[in-house]
Design a binder for this molecule. Structure first.
Ligand SMILES: Nc1nc2c(ncn2[C@@H]2O[C@H](COP(=O)(O)OP(=O)(O)OP(=O)(O)O)[C@@H](O)[C@H]2O)c(=O)[nH]1
Ligand SMILES: [Mg+2]
Length: 247
């Protein structure tokens, strides 16, 4: 396994330095995908890349959305020869002390998608927790399993070859809906899933790009599409399991 760290960022210039510094003990190269951030964030990123030889910033000229940035990141990481991306958010919500736990899960199951199973404290807004619970239930339904503990957590270990192969073969969303879409897609493609418990915090005054209206609508559209596709998928699995009548 040859992993790198991957951070998609949009305008989280105030938080990113702390996040990058907390990752130093991992001693891994870190690819940051700047998705058309503002000038202040760009300046912080330029400083980081200059001061830390293990940090590289890949800039997208215009903001394309979290999913678009992650897709760029997976392709860029694979092109640089990495086998896995250990991705986390730029806003300081994820706990870098759990990096070793993710890496050991990734090493134990190099084929697997390793998902953060978030443990929230009192800082988490109730409305986000309810939305999350709904997402979990819908993903259990669409994958017809309890394999996925949480489809939305941005702290995850991604097997790059399988992921880029899936991206090449399937259309997917460019915004927040991409995270569960990839999870469902890889699960259906037979990629095993592992879940690693990790503490996630909501910092007071933290900047969130989650747009309750637009992102929830996009998530609903993904789940509706995937649920509609469940029957043919379940049928094809059944046929595959029973040998499909072929020789
Ligand atoms: N590249 C890119 N990254 C984004 C975009 N929107 C959000 N991000 C990044 O994705 C991560 C999560 O974004 P947040 O805005 O915190 O969204 P969230 O974590 O789903 O929402 P909260 O639960 O409210 O924090 C951060 O690293 C952001 O910088 C975007 O349009 N482009
Ligand atoms: Mg966040």
């Amino acid at each position: 396994m040859k992993p790198c760290l991957l951070i998609p960022i949009f305008d989280h210039g105030e938080e990113i330095t702390g996040v990058v510094e907390s990752l130093a003990p991992a001693q891994l190269p870190c690819l940051i995908v700047d998705d058309g951030s503002n000038a202040a964030t760009r300046a912080v990123l330029a400083d980081l890349a200059e001061q830390k030889p293990w940090v590289e910033v890949h800039r997208r000229p215009r903001n394309g959305g979290r999913g678009a940035a992650l897709k760029t990141g997976y392709r860029e990481a694979l092109a640089r020869g990495y086998s896995h991306a250990l991705q986390l958010d730029a806003d300081g919500q994820h706990d870098a002390r759990d990096v070793p736990a993710f890496l050991s899960a990734m090493r134990e199951a190099p084929d697997a998608l390793v998902l953060g199973a978030p443990i929230f404290d009192a800082s988490a807004p109730k409305v986000r927790l309810y939305g999350r619970q709904l997402s979990r239930g819908l993903v259990w339904l669409t994958t017809w399993s309890f394999d996925v503990s949480d489809p939305l957590c941005g702290f995850r270990g991604v097997p790059l070859a399988a992921t880029v192969a899936w991206l090449d073969a399937h259309a997917s969303g460019d915004h927040m809906e991409f995270d569960p879409e990839l999870v469902i897609g890889l699960h259906r493609a037979g990629v095993p899933v592992r879940n690693v418990p990790t503490h996630v915090v909501y910092r007071p005054g933290g900047l969130s790009h989650f747009d309750a209206l637009r992102d929830n609508a996009r998530l609903t559209a993904v789940y509706t599409r995937k649920l509609a596709g469940l029957l043919p998928w379940a049928f094809s699995r059944l046929v595959a399991r029973t040998g499909g009548g072929g020789r």
